[in-house]
Design a binder for this molecule. Structure first.
Ligand SMILES: Nc1ncnc2c1ncn2[C@@H]1O[C@H](COP(=O)(O)OP(=O)(O)O)[C@@H](O)[C@H]1O
Ligand SMILES: [Mg+2]
Length: 239
């Protein structure tokens, strides 16, 4: 469904992504792993339209989307949970979710799968916190609001940039559980994650990134046994 073809992008004069190519098929969960500074977040920004390309193409279901502004890409079924979340802290949880839902409703094509009730079912704590200002929630709760908000954009592909970083083990379990539920509901997922053990639980296969390029592609079999592959973990993740 998503094809990234030979893209190049960076910041000012600094090139980061170098002829990077990857693909995510429908109903697939794919992990993107790599050390700090490898360019994972830069790739996420390029895919969702927050960073212009210097070269290459991004295709969603065969249509070029690399020239569309970020908000238009959600219409093509791509929603992203950025590292910094970018929630409206002074607004309530409900307001944050409703803003996304309103945008999601304007999609011509999507079948509007997610309603407020659905994201509450996925993250039950939301029910009692709907009228709280987002800035009063814990980091873990904010992350779940950010994921819920992304779902209300009615994506076919959900991109998450290091969703577990800095969160308690309990919240991480909740998020992993929610991703599993989404997977079984047919959601395609691109999971950027430094915690390989966690990514293995969610993703079917993986790409390894280093210095702005994809340096390894792990098929389902290689990915399943990645935790035993000391050489790979050492070489690309320094762990
Ligand atoms: N806003 C920015 N301006 C300039 N350089 C940046 C910016 N964001 C990231 N970089 C640089 O781009 C490279 C890739 O960073 P990033 O995509 O954040 O990596 P990762 O997410 O894999 O840790 C790093 O060298 C980083 O210093
Ligand atoms: Mg990053």
């Amino acid at each position: 469904m998503l094809r990234v073809e030979g893209i190049e992008a960076g910041y000012g004069g600094l090139p980061v992504l170098k002829e990077l190519t990857l693909a995510i098929e429908r109903n697939e969960a794919v992990a993107l792993i790599g050390a700090n500074g490898a360019g994972k977040s830069t790739l996420v920004r390029a895919i969702c339209g927050l960073l212009p390309l210097a070269a290459g193409r991004i295709l969603q279901d065969g249509r070029e989307i690399q020239r569309l502004p970020a908000h238009e890409r959600t219409r093509h079924g791509i929603a992203v949970v950025l590292e910094a979340r970018h929630l409206f802290g002074e607004l309530t949880v409900r307001n944050n979710l409703e803003l996304a839902a309103a945008h999601g409703e304007r999609h011509g094509t999507a079948q509007r799968k997610f309603h407020l009730d659905d994201v509450i079912e996925l993250f039950p704590f939301l029910r009692t916190r709907l009228d709280a200002a987002v800035q009063l929630l814990s980091g873990g709760e904010q992350q779940m609001v950010a994921i819920a908000r992304a779902l209300l954009l009615q994506p076919e592909l959900l991109i998450l940039d290091e969703p577990s970083t800095g969160l308690s083990p309990k919240v991480v379990r909740e998020i992993v559980g929610a991703l599993a539920t989404l997977r079984s509901g047919g959601m395609s997922i691109l999971l950027v994650e430094q915690n390989v053990a966690l990514a293995v639980e969610t993703a079917d296969r993986a790409y390894v990134m280093a210095l702005g390029a994809i340096v390894r592609e792990l098929d389902a079999a290689a990915w399943k046994s990645v935790l035993g592959d000391e050489t790979l973990l050492q070489a690309y993740l320094g762990s």
